[in-house]
Design a protein around this ligand. Structure first.
Ligand code: COA
Length: 145
């Protein structure tokens, strides 16, 4: 399967929202213009996956990681994450944080470790995802870039 990656633009919002909604992930707090959001497409230009970064100085929130059900378990997510990690390095991000209710094991295999919410930098804790969009039961995880 040939997968290509490109940066999202505002024009991609409807497709991104549809994919996130299909994966039961929040869309209300998607930033205008979808900066630092990366998209994966298959060779028929079908949106296969999405992942986004929200930047907070040297820290960033990895959010909206989703692969369409028909493309799962074919390493779209892993390759998308590798691209996002490259982007994070280029943006001089030092630490990534995320919240997940369903994919703790998945992210652990990508190198993330669980972290107590209180230990997450204040600026990341103030993000909409931490401050209320994600359930308080969601697991916080982090990774040194
Ligand atoms: C989590 C998700 C992004 C994984 O995408 P994917 O493209 O299917 O994952 P990959 O194909 O890259 O998987 C790589 C490996 O992780 C495993 N894996 C995939 N999903 C997993 C999960 N939910 N839990 C544990 N392991 C998982 C795969 O079996 C594979 O293992 P292998 O290396 O031993 O073969 C996708 O299942 C998804 O969109 N889920 C719904 C949305 C979600 O929960 N997002 C995270 C919220 S922050």
């Amino acid at each position: 399967m040939q997968i290509t990656f490109r940066a999202a633009t505002e024009a991609d919002r409807p497709a991104v929202e549809a994919l996130l909604q299909a994966c039961q992930l929040p869309t209300a707090d998607l930033p205008a213009g979808l900066p630092h959001f990366l998209l994966a497409f298959n060779n028929t230009k079908h949106l296969a996956g999405v992942a986004g970064l929200e930047l907070y100085g040297p820290d960033a929130l990895l959010r909206s990681v989703a692969v369409a059900p028909e493309f799962r378990r074919r390493y779209v997510g892993r390759n998308l994450f590798a691209e996002v990690l490259d982007q994070a390095v280029g943006l001089r991000v030092k630490r990534l944080y995320l919240l997940t209710t369903t994919a703790e094991r998945y992210f652990a295999r990508l190198g993330f470790a669980k972290i107590e919410r209180e230990l997450v930098p204040a600026r990341v804790q103030a993000s909409p995802q931490f401050a209320g969009v994600c359930p308080s039961s969601a697991t916080a995880m982090h990774l040194e870039v």
